[in-house]
Design a protein around this ligand. Structure first.
Ligand code: ASP
Length: 608
């Protein structure tokens, strides 16, 4: 499926005369194979070839015996007429089991019953020699797209899982995405620079993974949650445009589909404002969609955080479909309906063409929204009938004219269904956002083949931790406030907007970043606002603030979640499918059995 995305190499064959000289001398001869198992066509009929690979299966019909030989590139059928073939060949063929590694020399002939299921379906090989290169015990699950292996067993034997084409295609897609990312960024003068993996632990953000230092007993390195400070220092160094496709580590409680180690496309630029960054990385995403999926993406809409929250109740809206929130608060008060009268807000969405929903479906939807995970108290609906009348579950309190106003304000048309939730602003938005997404799903509006990226901008700089009553950086402490909002640092910190942005695709945050603070004084003020004492700020980030004194250029950047981007491009919800050796929900690698205990000796050596 992803063959066309492989690379500039023609990929017709491993041994293409046109491509090979770029990499290897022309007379290079590979011992084990002349062709791959996905390569031979009618034009090769009559040639003598050697193929190597794994035995996908053997069918022995007595007088005829077939071997399906598989490698990364495909499957080729080997056919043996047992009565005519050399005894040795028949004997070897009958010894073969699934997943044996063999090498077959033979001639290419036209296949009698052709198959359009495989690329080599027009030909087959009549062997003159079969060599067993290695035997194999029976694999714990079938090596087929539709395998009988459950998740746990496939992870334990991931190296066998990767033999399956579906998994391999995911890894190929990942490769294509990183190759195209590098191509685009390289073309725009970005330099890939590696930053250290053993760094210093800082309390901001998520929990660090720490590594004990043997040579500095009692002290620990931390694994980077991101290369944030290093990339900023590279800007001070004058690198100007940096990127890195880089592993990051966060020791968080694992929610479904989070990995303790994950990959970012991490980028930083100097002498830029927000617009420059949005344009540059909009370009990257367009490039990826065009090269990998053959899709032209429209210019990305930009939406402020406030609008996203007001219209979608969510800072990562799925804009493949409409159903924006309408505010019915003003027109629903004092009609005797307590539920609305006591609510801070009354919000509505219009489910297009959903008038036909049965009472049972609506009851189910109400139960769904009342589940503790979502926590709505109830749901009011209003049918917009084909004859222009309205029928609501709150009819007792609202007459036809009033319901008509609901229709006007929400923009509902005949045949639509209006759904209404009410309560405290923050919760109601959240619940309505869930309801909108669920209705989008039920109405088939979330087409996985449609991609609707956008930028969300103007995030608040800070959020209040209600337990400690302290301000936290919403993005990170290096994010610059909007210059016009800096004055509010003393008076109204909660209202300060950040020069920060996220890229959202189909309701998933795929990337985010900010323009950074590049003046020492402002950075100090920011740390103060975040409750760092001067000493703490100096101990933890003194190196950065010192660097700012040596001529730090204005700079900013962002990072994309690479695993997430891969799963989105691959049309899957699971990032694990796109990681060669992922960890399970407990953060364990069940194949190598990590994490594991270490010996007392090791502990002693480390001073633990
Ligand atoms: N370092 C940030 C993160 O990992 C991204 C950025 O601001 O560039 O989320």
């Amino acid at each position: 499926m992803f063959g066309m995305f492989e690379s500039n190499h023609c990929h017709k064959t491993l041994f293409c005369r046109r491509c090979l000289p770029v990499y290897l001398p022309l007379n290079t001869i590979f011992m084990y194979r002349t062709h791959t198992c996905g390569e031979l066509r009618k034009t090769n009929i009559g040639e003598t070839v050697t193929l190597s690979g794994w035995v996908q299966g053997v069918r022995d019909k007595g007088s005829l015996l077939w071997i399906d030989l598989r490698d990364r590139y495909g499957i080729t059928q080997i056919t043996i007429e047992t009565e005519n073939a050399a005894k040795e060949i028949v004997k070897t063929a009958r010894e073969l089991g699934r997943e044996y590694v063999i090498s077959v020399k033979g001639s290419v002939i036209e296949r009698y019953s052709k198959s359009d299921k495989i690329s080599t379906g027009d030909i087959e090989i009549v062997p003159s020699d079969i060599k067993i290169l290695n035997a194999a015990i029976v694999p714990p699950f079938t090596i087929e797209d539709d395998t009988d292996g459950g998740d746990e067993i496939r992870m334990k034997y991931r190296y066998l899982d990767i033999r399956r084409e579906v998994v391999r295609n995911n890894l190929k897609l990942r490769h294509s995405l990183s190759r195209e990312t590098r191509k685009y960024l390289d073309a725009h003068q970005f330099i890939e620079i590696e930053t250290p993996v053993l760094i210093k632990s800082t309390p901001e953000g998520a929990r660090d993974f720490v590594v004990p230092s043997r040579m500095n007993q009692g002290q620990f390195y931390a694994l980077p949650q991101s290369p944030q400070t290093f990339k900023q220092l590279l800007m001070v160094s004058g690198i100007d445009r940096y990127y890195q496709i880089v592993k990051c580590f966060r020791d968080e409680d694992l929610r479904a589909d989070r990995q303790p180690e994950f990959t970012q496309i991490d980028c930083e630029m100097s002498f830029v404002d927000q617009d420059d960054i949005l344009i540059m990385f909009e370009g990257l995403v367009k490039h990826l969609f065009k090269e990998i999926k053959g899709i032209e993406i429209d210019p990305l809409p930009r939406m402020s955080y406030d609008d996203a929250m007001r219209l979608y109740g969510n800072d990562k809206p799925d804009i493949r479909f409409g159903m924006q929130f309408a505010d019915l608060t003003a027109i629903t008060q004092n009609k005797g309906f307590n539920v609305f009268d006591q609510a801070e807000v009354v919000l509505a969405i219009v489910a297009p063409g959903a008038n036909h929903f049965t009472r049972k479906q609506l009851d189910e939807l109400t139960d769904w929204i009342k589940r503790p995970q979502i926590g709505a108290k109830g749901m009011i609906y209003c049918r917009c009938n084909d004859d222009g009348t309205f029928k609501s579950s709150a009819d007792k309190f609202f007459n036809e004219n009033e319901l008509k106003r609901w229709g006007e304000i929400t923009g509902a048309k005949a045949g639509d269904l209006i759904l209404v939730l009410s309560g405290e602003l923050k919760n109601t938005r959240k619940q309505m956002s869930e309801l909108r997404i669920e209705m989008g799903r039920q109405l088939g509006l979330r087409d996985p083949k449609v991609f609707a990226p956008l930028w969300v901008t103007d995030f608040p700089l800070l959020e209040l931790d209600e337990d400690t009553n302290r301000w936290h950086a919403m993005h990170h402490p290096f994010t610059s406030p909007k210059p016009e909002d800096i004055a509010m640092m003393k008076t109204n910190p909660g209202a300060i907007r950040a020069n920060a942005y996220d890229m959202v695709i189909n309701g998933i945050e795929v990337g985010g970043g900010s323009i950074r603070i590049h003046h020492k004084n402002l950075q100090q003020k920011m740390f103060k606002l975040l409750n760092f004492t001067d000493e703490e700020a100096k101990a933890q980030f003194g190196f950065l603030m010192n660097a700012f004194e040596y001529g730090a250029p204005p700079h900013g950047g962002l990072a994309f979640g690479f695993d997430r981007l891969c799963s989105l491009f691959g049309g899957s919800d699971s990032i694990r499918d796109f990681i060669a050796f992922p960890k399970n929900n407990m953060g364990r690698d069940v194949m190598i059995d990590a994490p594991s205990l270490i010996s007392l000796e090791q502990k002693k050596e480390l001073g633990l």
